[in-house]
Design a binder for this molecule. Sequence first.
Ligand code: PMP
Length: 373
Amino acid sequence: MSYRVQGILEDAIEAIGDTPLIRLDRFAALHGLRCNLLGKPEFLSSGGSVKDRIAKRMVEEAERDGRLIPGKSVIIEPTSGNTGIGLALVAAVKGYPVIITLPEKMSREKEATLRALGAEIVRTPTEAAWDSPESHIGVARRLEKEIPGGVILNQYDNPNNPLAHEYTTGPEIIAAVIAPSKSGRPTSGKVDCFVAGAGTGGTITGVSRALKKAHNPECVVVGVDPVGSILAPDDVNKKVQSGVCTYQVEGIGYDFVPKVLALEAVDSAEWLAHALGREKIDDDEAFAAARELIRAESLLVGGSSGSALAGAVRYLKSAEGSERFGNVEGKNVVVMLPDSIRNYMSKPWFLAHQMTGPTALAQQIEAALGSAA
Ligand code: PMP
């Protein structure tokens, strides 16, 4: 038997990250994949998402350089919810007040979690362009000017966003893949392919840097962008959409390219051009894949995990993806699973699908109860 000895953690902040890598064998078999499909379930982090990591790092670094002062500063952040939850969690432990600006589209569940952690919420119109004064970014900027001590840590521009992933998420993935295989299945011993959606782009930028710089320069990074967003290159977007439009998947895709994503293009344009926008995935495909993963693997993922999974399957079944990875035993393909169904319990894409007709077991129960009466 093996277990990790962590000792007693100081607080919830210390329980951020350090998530496992889990084989998705049943899901892979359903799609006829022969590679090792591996999920990184970020919902096992203390705040429930991949964004806890950046919240921790952005706050700690801002304290170090004097931008955040306990007892004086108020943290303000425009977010699709998960960065807000991470910030509210870190801030509650450290004693900062928090204001989150959140587009209307984002779920009630995220709002309820934010309120439970003591954050104030301002809702903004989903359709507001990012640079309009009504958008979640515009409103946060106004509040920063007007609220004494207001500080926006700004996940879209803050280098600590991708750094959190370069220093934690990426190395955790590498450590898991190079450890001796428990399953006894063939393994190349490295990460051959990495698949993730991009919101701010912090995850895909930071993890890719870690994988390519320190581990496997040949690793192919597949970016997944929702239909309706413009983060993929123009030629890819033009094939599947006529412009920016709204979509239901939360946390990935934008109507502008965040700086933390563009930064990487300067450092290493080659992988980014190669990576982003390989796959455009629509709402139906994303939600179907999320529900399928929950059923097949008992991993309680949210919608953007479905986008990444659907993008992974599409790439791994394509002529190139299948020849290089999908159909090759021992190739390790890692898929980010950024948050959990906790955030979407009442959304029709999840709830409505659980209200289906009687199963065989339900019929047995009915018969058993009927005969006992
Ligand atoms: N999925 C979800 C549910 C998210 O909240 C986010 C963050 N916006 C992402 C994926 C994408 O992460 P990143 O901002 O690092 O690109």
